[in-house]
Design a protein around this ligand. Structure first.
Ligand code: HEC
Length: 117
C-alpha cells in the first residue's frame, strides 16, 4: 500500500469512529437516516465520491447485505467499514441493501481509476 493511501485510510478510521458514535441504529430510524453517514464516501446517489470508495448503487441487494454482514463478523476486514456497520441490525442491513440496489448505478471506464501519484 502506498503511504498516502495508508494515511487516507487512517484518516478514514478517525472519521468512521466519530460517525459510529452517533449512528446507533435506533428503532424508528428511516433508511434515509441510516444512510446519511454513508454518503460522505459512497455518495448521496450511491456512486462513490471518488474511486477509492466502491459504488453501491445498482449492486445486487443480497451482495450488499452479505458484504455488510461480513464486515460485522470480520470475515471481510476493513477498519472503516467495520465501524459503520457495527450498530446495524439485520433489518437495517436489509433496508440499506434494497435502498442502494434500487438506485441507478453508473459504469465508467478506467480513466476515473488512474492513479496520478
Ligand atoms: C469513511 C468512508 C466510508 C463511509 C462513511 C462508509 N463506507 Fe462503506 N466502504 C468504504 C470503503 C473504503 C470500502 C471498501 C472496503 C474494502 O476494501 O473492503 C467500503 C465498502 C462498502 C461496501 C462493500 C461494497 C462492495 O462492492 O463490496 C458496502 C456494502 C458498504 N461499504 C456500505 C456502507 C454503508 C451502508 C455505509 C453507511 C452506514 C458506509 N458504507 C459508510 C468507505 C466508507
Amino acid at each position: 500500500m502506498k503511504p498516502n493511501r495508508l494515511l487516507a485510510l487512517l484518516a478514514g478510521c478517525l472519521v468512521a469512529n466519530a460517525f459510529a458514535a452517533e449512528t446507533g441504529a435506533a428503532p424508528g430510524k428511516t433508511v434515509e437516516d441510516l444512510v446519511k453517514p454513508c454518503a460522505a464516501c459512497h455518495g448521496a446517489d450511491g456512486n462513490g465520491t471518488n474511486s477509492q470508495y466502491p459504488r453501491l448503487a445498482g449492486q445486487y441487494h443480497d451482495y450488499l447485505a452479505r458484504a455488510m454482514k461480513e464486515y460485522q463478523s470480520g470475515e471481510r476486514q476493513n477498519a472503516i467499514m467495520a465501524g459503520f456497520v457495527k450498530t446495524l441490525s439485520d433489518a437495517d442491513i436489509e433496508a440499506i441493501s434494497r435502498y442502494y440496489a434500487a438506485m441507478p448505478g453508473k459504469l465508467d471506464d478506467l480513466s476515473r481509476h488512474e492513479q496520478g501519484d
